[in-house]
Design a protein around this ligand. Structure first.
Ligand SMILES: [Zn+2]
Length: 140
């Protein structure tokens, strides 16, 4: 899934964990778990650096809106947990493009968990649902 979707979902789960009274470190774990779960939903993935840069810019702009308020720290840690696994994807692309070997570690990237891909329109819609739900939670 896109960075923005993972970031928003993790951010919302970070707040939800905090609101439920869970210890702060659970925000990060909830974000990580959401990454694996969302990667198992059929979705579209891009393969061009310019699309990645646009996605990251959108995600970070939204994060700037939501990494504030009473649960700012938990939102941040949840968002970091939700989006951090895709850092290995970015690093992997850079290393592979230089001709050196690379191996992913996160289970939804290694094939240990399903990672189904759909065409753009359908795969975008499956990402909009969790992203919009997360925004609604964070904006409420
Ligand atoms: Zn991923």
């Amino acid at each position: 899934m896109y960075f923005t979707t993972h970031l928003l979902a993790g951010t919302a789960l970070g707040e939800a964990a905090a609101a439920a009274g869970a210890p702060p470190w659970t925000a990060f774990l909830a974000g990580l778990a959401s990454h694996a779960a969302l990667d198992m939903v059929p979705h579209h993935d891009y393969h061009k650096a310019r699309h990645a840069l646009l996605d990251i810019a959108i995600g970070l702009a939204l994060a700037a809106l939501f990494f504030r308020g009473p649960f700012a720290a938990e939102r941040f840690w949840g968002g970091l947990g939700g989006s951090l696994p895709d850092l290995e994807v970015a690093i992997g692309h850079l290393i592979l493009s230089s001709g050196r070997p690379w191996r992913d570690f996160f289970p939804s990237h290694t094939g240990a968990l399903p990672h189904p891909h759909w065409p753009l329109l359908q795969g975008l819609l499956t990402q909009l649902v969790p992203a919009v739900l997360a925004v609604c939670l964070l904006a409420s």
